[in-house]
Write a protein that binds this ligand. Sequence first.
Ligand SMILES: [Zn+2]
Ligand SMILES: [Zn+2]
Length: 288
Amino acid sequence: MKRSGIFFTYFQGERLKDFPGALEGLLDKQNVVYYDAVYGSRDGLFYLEPVAERLLGKVHSRNMIESVRRTGDYEAALYSAGGTVQAAEEIHRGNIDNAFVFTSFGDHHAGRDFYGGMCYLNGAALAIAMLKEKGIERFAIIDTDSHHGDGTRDIFMRDAGVLHVCFCDRDGSDRYNKIDIQIPNPTTDEECLSRMKQAFMPRVEVFKPEYIFWEYGYDATKGEYGDKGISRDSHIRLAELIKTVADEVCKGRLIAILCGGSRRDTATYTIPRIISVLAELNNRFQLV
Ligand SMILES: [Zn+2]
Ligand SMILES: [Zn+2]
């Protein structure tokens, strides 16, 4: 059974209001470890640390960091990215196998010298910078948010050690292992999942990353701001697919990072089920 870490930050907004209460039934499992930035350390709980500021300069420009500092959301951004960096550290130390990272501010629109779309710092890139210091060289990022991961692409544009497979509104690829796959709008669960499977699995099997990062946005779900017509259950099937790949190619080292999506009901439905998949507790939550 895989050991899964939950890295929880929640500073503002509607979508995570049911958490951590909605994690009931997961937190008492032997193989689930809970790291919390809000309530701190209690019995069996661990602190989630903000990202170390010295790491920021390895990914973002000085100007960009200064402008994030002036937004008033800097602390929340440090904790959001900190969850991903700490998840990678805990996996590297062998304390957990995989992780789900809650964020107040996501990831994939934060580039080297710009930010946008509620993404201030790029947690995946910061975690990769930290792992590179420890000698890890190969990383895969799968981005299933409705929108193009422009920030992540910008940071790793010329870095062939990072396979970036982004499912968005266009097709394209280049020689540095950067691939965009268009998801039609509207699409269906079957079409969307089969495109993701066909595009991601063979590439990642050849590339052989040591870690997989999953930019998990649910904003392509019906009724969301990036609506492409997919169901909320499609994300759970996708989690099963990505976990299977991670188990095959990189000893299960997988970090799912909450990216886009605004609806509270969808977050409350999908996130505990995704964590159940990661922790192999598939009987806890049935698909309905
Ligand atoms: Zn999005
Ligand atoms: Zn893209």
